[in-house]
Ligand binder design. Structure first.
Ligand SMILES: [Zn+2]
Ligand SMILES: [Zn+2]
Length: 653
């Protein structure tokens, strides 16, 4: 009797596991233990995620992926995307499905509906159908099919988007076969992998609808994107939905116009119009940044918005960044024609660096002047597709709190040390104390010598180590011109945002032939540090609005106190109080409308001003104001002097 052939695979702990030839991931899990077999969702084979049903070859290192593994959520969310498409096809015969990937926090599927997009109210019905497919615990089954055959299959079903995807795979990747995944009656074109069956989707919810162009192309079909999320259990889902609701209430795109902070208009997509209160917020943010500039020996410059394209050729932006730039067209008046209109072509600056380099190069510098630190609140314009714009977080025009430090390689560590401290102090002031730092090192495609890169990376590491801070390293994620450090903050909802950055650059000083005179009287090339503390002022303002839900701490509140006269006859006294406060540097305004005081209080509440000061007969008589404080509640009657002192202490804190 012949013994069955055996194969061996390696387990994460280094031990070997013997299996029958032809064994699958599921067999491997079962051989380790029945508990693991039940918990298994997929298998990691030499670092790549694979279906449990895929046969093993022998010699691989395998790890069973369970609901405890970091990959679990992505797997069940991908499963849920298939169930979503399956349910839509049940309910909307003739719907055409396109793509449905898992994403951060959930999944989506882009679908063309035969009779127009469903509304939010239809999501419950689709969910109901999805629940049936989950309850049926349909196994996911993979099969490989000749690509042409698959295209015909989807073609017969009228699934044109799938046909296009397959044709592209044949053309671009020379695909001979494609993989299909079936669950229940539904089969989808999919690379996989998937969990064993739909029953493993613990808890899910469809969260929203949006329009999305097929392939992100504005000239193609507008599809309906249905977003959803899935978790391993109901409790995790509920916590996530709670956070989502909080995020919705704090959404800066909603609060911006409500609180008179900013608005967007069709006349300039992606370019915010700052309203009075938002402009105050920006000025306060700028003032904090300026304190750091002043304390750390920076000089401020302002460079032009529109610069000759020749400069952008020299800087390398033309070759590497042209698609994201705005260009100007010359005036077409008759005068201009007669005068032999300017032939030069200009571009709006997408970055501030070339302007700063021109300033540096405009005169000779001695080594004694280094490090030379040129800061600029520079408004940059970058063309982005309209589809990707997102409130203040992704715009077409924004102000960087930028600076360019020209120094020697020996000075880099001290400079970066100082920049890190500035960032810590600034973020703490704005209410973020959890700063994560990431060092990105030399990418495959890069310029500069090995020695330069080694020195530069060592200088950055030394600065971070001197700071005694933990940092993550992203190997190969630096820019092509030098290594960089990025700074991430975590907001009140636990979301992480990359804000500040500090990048070393060997390239631009070369391109602009920058030089300083050394102690040896010879010319030397400086190193350039690009750094931004908050990053984009607009984006940081958006993050602040959501972090505080529009209810800023007193020092940052655009309006710190609203004075509410009880009746029109108290307006004069209310105005006096506001003038007193403003004289002390506090930001106060009067609600002079002829409305009931109850209505005025409600509106002041909605405006999220920290202080409400009520002025009526009683208050005029006692030369006081009745104070309502957002956090501390009703404070009763307080003299204006005592109020000013209280507010100044609170604002300074
Ligand atoms: Zn799929
Ligand atoms: Zn720069």
């Amino acid at each position: 009797m012949a013994t069955a052939e055996k194969i061996q695979v390696k387990l994460p702990d280094g031990s070997d596991l013997e299996l029958d030839a032809g064994a699958t991931g599921a067999d491997a899990a079962a051989a380790i233990g029945s508990g693991l077999a039940r918990a298994a969702l997929a298998i990691n084979v030499d670092g790549a995620l694979s279906d449990l049903s895929a046969p093993l070859q022998g010699g691989e290192t395998v790890e069973i992926v369970t609901d405890k593994s970091p990959e679990a959520l992505e797997l069940i969310r991908h499963d849920a995307a298939h169930v979503l498409a399956e349910s839509v096809l049940d309910l909307y015969p003739g719907a055409k499905i396109s793509i449905g990937p898992p994403i951060e926090n959930g999944f989506y599927y882009d679908i063309e509906f035969p009779d127009g997009s469903p509304g939010e109210e239809d999501l419950a019905r689709i969910e109901e159908r999805m629940r049936e497919h989950v309850k049926a615990d349909e196994p996911f089954e993979r099969r490989e099919v000749p690509a042409k055959e698959a295209a015909e299959l989807f073609g017969r079903e009228g699934q044109d988007y799938k046909v296009e995807l397959i044709e592209d795979l044949i053309r671009d990747e020379g695909a001979q076969t494609v993989s299909l995944y079936r669950n229940g009656p539904f089969e989808d074109l999919c690379r996989g992998p998937h969990g064993p069956s739909t029953g493993r989707i613990g808890a899910f919810k469809l969260t929203s609808l949006a329009g999305a162009y097929w392939r992100g192309d504005e000239n193609r079909q507008m599809l309906t994107r249905i977003y959803g999320t899935a978790f391993l259990d109901k409790k995790e889902l509920d916590q996530y939905l709670e956070r989502l609701e909080q995020a919705r209430e704090r959404d800066h795109r909603k609060l911006g116009p409500e609180l008179d902070l900013f608005q967007f208009r069709p006349e300039a997509p992606g370019m915010p119009f700052w309203l009075p209160h938002g402009t105050v917020l920006l000025k306060l943010m700028e003032a904090e940044v300026r304190k750091q500039l002043d304390a750390r020996g920076y000089s401020e410059i302002k460079t032009p918005q529109v610069l000759d394209v020749e400069l952008w050729h020299r800087s390398g932006h033309w070759d590497n960044y042209k698609e994201n730039m705005f260009f100007t067209a010359p005036a077409q008046s008759e005068d201009a024609e007669r005068a032999g209109k300017e032939e030069r072509e200009y571009a709006l600056k997408p970055m501030n660096c070339p302007g700063a380099c021109l300033v540096f190069a405009s005169r000779r510098h001695s080594y004694r002047e280094l490090p030379l630190r040129l800061a600029e609140f520079g408004l940059v314009s970058r063309w982005e597709r309209e589809g990707v714009l997102h409130g203040l977080l992704r715009v077409r025009a924004f102000t960087q709190d930028d600076a360019h430090v020209f120094c020697t390689l020996d000075q880099v560590t001290d400079e970066v040390d100082s920049i890190c401290t500035a960032i810590d102090q600034l973020y703490e002031r704005f209410g973020f104390d959890d700063v994560r730092v990431e060092l990105s090192t030399r990418p495959e495609k890069s310029i500069g010598t090995d020695e330069q890169w080694e020195q530069a990376e060592a200088a950055l590491r030394k600065a971070l180590e001197r700071q005694g801070r933990d940092y993550d390293v992203s190997p190969g994620e630096g820019t092509f011109y030098g290594p960089k450090i990025d700074f991430h903050i975590t907001d009140a909802l636990g979301r992480s945002w990359q804000c500040g950055t500090c990048q070393l650059d060997f390239q631009m000083p070369e391109r602009f032939e920058l030089a300083y005179t050394g102690a040896d009287n010879a010319d030397h090339r400086p190193v350039l540090i690009h750094r931004a503390l908050l990053g984009s002022m607009e984006r940081f303002a958006g993050i602040l609005i959501e972090h505080y839900g529009g209810r800023f701490p007193l020092w940052l509140a655009p309006v710190q106190a609203v004075v509410l006269p009880v009746a029109d006859r108290h307006n004069e006294r209310a105005a006096e109080v506001a003038v007193r406060l403003r004289g002390e540097g506090l930001r106060a305004r009067v609600d002079e409308r002829t409305e009931s005081v109850g209505r005025k209080i409600r509106d002041a509440e909605l405006s999220k001003a920290p202080y409400m000061l009520i002025v009526g007969d009683k208050e005029i008589e006692s030369e006081s104001v009745s104070v309502r404080h957002h956090g501390d509640g009703d404070l009763g009657a307080i003299t204006v002097e005592a109020l000013i002192e209280r507010m100044q202490v609170e604002a300074g804190a």
